[in-house]
Design a protein around this ligand. Sequence first.
Ligand code: GZL
Length: 318
Amino acid sequence: MTALTVAGCGGSDDASSGGDAGGPSGGKIVMGFSQVGAESGWRTANTKSVQESAKEAGVELKFSDAQQKQENQIKAIRSFIQQKVSVIAFSPVVESGWDTVLKEARTAKIPVILTDRAVDSPDTSLYKTFLGSDFVEEGKKAGQWLVDQYKDGKDPVNIVQLEGTTGSAPANDRKSGFQEIISADPKFKIVASQTGDFTRAKGKEVMDAFLKSTPKIDVLYAHNDDMALGAIEAIEGAGKVPGKDIKIISVDAVHDGMQALADGKINYIVECSPLLGPQLMDLAKKVVNGEQVPPRVVTEETTFTQDQAKQALPNRKY
Ligand code: GZL
């Protein structure tokens, strides 16, 4: 294992050195990482990727779990600033409300990398780069599969939607991308839409309510596999067959989602890769050493049908 060292950086307490304040000169890169929480299988896999990649890269990782609360992330970022870390990376639980703390990081000359989720600040100088998926594209892929499935039909298609965490980039963008595609045909109607906060328990609870309040549901669009898996429990509890009575489209492609897809309980999954660790460490090294990095790094990902899931499952890393 080779430690990623910081070239030409000021001493450990020298936050006033030109350029970004790194760690002790010639010392290890110290990364402060604020994680959203542990709400889903995706998040667990993402945390594992970041932690394993830091170890592999010789980066000292100060990791904090915000339990899906923005105030905890802001507290963690302030603590990283106090500790004079070389670089801060975080996945913003929601898009808004970050300017103040990111300005504090900039004043302290500590570079920030956004991973997984974006912020809606117009001041893009507050962070060096955003590494993560294109959630609008994910929503479009989900919508396109549905349009293709029903291309010959004339009857109304009643859709219920389990949205991700309110105010989060994936929830906002997966919703808008999906809507953009299905709005081309008026037979597609979103008859109910509510947040399930990306968790299995909430997904079940909200789907239970949908089943009681919505006479005819043809399709569920879930913004992540965990909510889809919770919804499957509700659908089966109502005596209906998931994947047949109610078609299910989901996002992530974590193991349990892929298993449900292979078993025919989900019909289509749009992949959202959580394996951001290696790219994050590479970007961190460049940023701390003052190298240029692209303002946006989009992760590679694909889609899965039921047959493709059966093929892919044995080799999946998460
Ligand atoms: C997407 C990520 C989302 C996942 C959910 O990049 O932020 O948060 O889709 C997770 O499973 O909770």
